[in-house]
Write a protein that binds this ligand. Structure first.
Ligand code: NIG
Ligand code: FE
Length: 413
């Protein structure tokens, strides 16, 4: 069955690059004005200019959708989330308003350890239902591919439980999902003074079981003062690699942790956060194929400086944008807001931000053959906006929802 979208003011994000967009390439968002697009079996069949639309040549069109002058973009590819968690943390939010820092809350046993206690108490079914509800909402906001991390278990059983929930989401959800094992998110209390013991638990018990059941695609480590040192991060990444998991790591969020360089050295798919970067870290990233993923809503929520996007783009790095959706530092999965903040606070051009949140996000989860741009054969995971002439209206109107429809595999969500 063929579905035809027509009267598209601007069909943007066309192309199928073979590698992530770097430096100046990010500002180029190929488009067709006054366009149509046809979908068959949930995938993009063809597209072109309205003036050249030949319906007879298309085959049997069963459904037509007049977009009425809206734009059509690839759906957002959110390559960094912690979507599986048991409970929100709004009381810590108040502690932060009263003056405690993220690190101070963590040191008191709040933060990640609080989420870990709640997760270990929760049933697998409840965790699945909660995450499923969040996933539906994220799709309505235009998210068409996701990465989800474990990391609130911090016990063998807790981590496996989270990863099984992610696997079930992968099987049931209509969008591509990638799973990341983040056992090294924080040292759990029994291992507070026994780092060696916890890392051995990851290497000897968690990773073999995860690999045996094929529960993860990537390995992640929170490389940060007070969490995992660069040496520990490298050791854990190399253990993951031995079990077939490529690294995708939390780096340079609160401190100049050395995480970016560890990511580059271990050929990480991405290094994420990057709020705290010096010239050495920027140059190391730019000279590598590793993607730098920025998470502006986390910086916003923690009242931190934003990642130096312009410096990293100008150095020639491949940059992506993601939500970091989690209960502690970014309780929002709204990628529209992520794109707006990248433009407003990080001075990314709308075209750069859209590329970073679509095709480069897809590369940051190795899903660019399936999603992330308008190309024949890719999934018809698309955002249709309200009528508009210029795509800058999207980030400009931050906080308003200008999406009129989201299609996932060609179906309206
Ligand atoms: O990406 N930085 C580490 N992990 C998460 C926050 C997790 C939490 O606070 O629960 C992040 O920001
Ligand atoms: Fe994160």
């Amino acid at each position: 069955m063929i579905t035809l979208l027509y009267n598209i003011s601007n069909l943007a994000g066309i192309g199928s690059p073979l590698s992530p967009l770097k430096g100046g390439e990010l500002a180029r968002l190929d488009n067709i004005r006054n366009a149509w697009l046809a979908i068959e079996e949930g995938r993009i069949l063809a597209f072109g200019e309205m003036s050249q639309l030949d319906r007879n040549a298309l085959g049997e069109v069963k459904e037509v959708l007049d977009v009425e002058g809206g734009m059509v973009l690839p759906a957002w590819c959110d390559s960094h989330t912690h979507m599986v968690f048991a409970a929100t943390r709004e009381l810590e939010f108040i502690d932060k308003i009263r003056g405690l820092s993220y690190a101070e809350i963590a040191a008191k046993g709040g933060g990640i350890l609080h989420s870990a206690r709640r997760l270990n108490e929760a049933s697998e079914e409840d965790l699945y239902q909660l995450a499923w509800g969040r996933l539906q909402q994220a799709m309505k906001l235009g998210t068409g591919a996701l990465e989800i991390k474990s990391g609130y278990g911090l016990t063998v059983e807790g981590e496996l439980k989270m990863l099984r929930v992610i696997r079930r989401l992968k099987e049931k959800a209509p969008i591509p999902i990638k799973a990341t094992f983040l056992g090294a998110h924080a040292y759990p209390p029994p291992f507070k003074d026994d780092h060696e013991g916890y890392i051995r638990l990851i290497e000897a018990e968690m990773l073999p079981r995860i690999a045996a059941d094929e529960l993860a695609d990537y390995i992640d480590v929170f490389c940060e003062d007070g969490f995992f040192s660069p040496e520990e991060t490298e050791r854990i990444c190399r253990a993951g690699i031995r079990f077939g998991l490529k690294p995708k790591i939390h780096a340079n969020q609160l401190n100049l942790s050395g995480g970016t360089q560890v990511g580059v050295k271990t050929q990480a798919v991405s290094v994420d956060h990057l709020e705290t970067m010096d010239e050495a870290a920027i140059q190391a990233l730019a000279a590598s194929p590793t993607i730098g993923t920025m998470l502006p809503t986390a910086a916003f929520f923690l009242r931190m400086a934003y990642p130096p996007a312009r410096r990293m783009i100008e150095a020639g790095a491949a940059m992506a944008l993601a939500s970091d959706y989690n209960p502690g530092s970014s309780p929002s999965f709204n990628m529209n807001l992520v794109v707006a903040m990248a433009c407003i606070q990080m001075k990314m051009l709308p075209e750069e931000a859209i590329n970073a949140a679509t095709i480069n996000g897809a590369f940051a989860m190795e899903s660019a053959k399936e999603v992330g741009s308008i190309a024949i054969g890719k999934r018809a995971n698309l955002i249709i906006t309200q009528p508009m002439e210029h795509l800058a209206l999207l980030p400009y109107s931050f906080g308003s929802n200008l999406i009129s429809k989201v299609l996932i595999n060609g179906q309206v969500v």
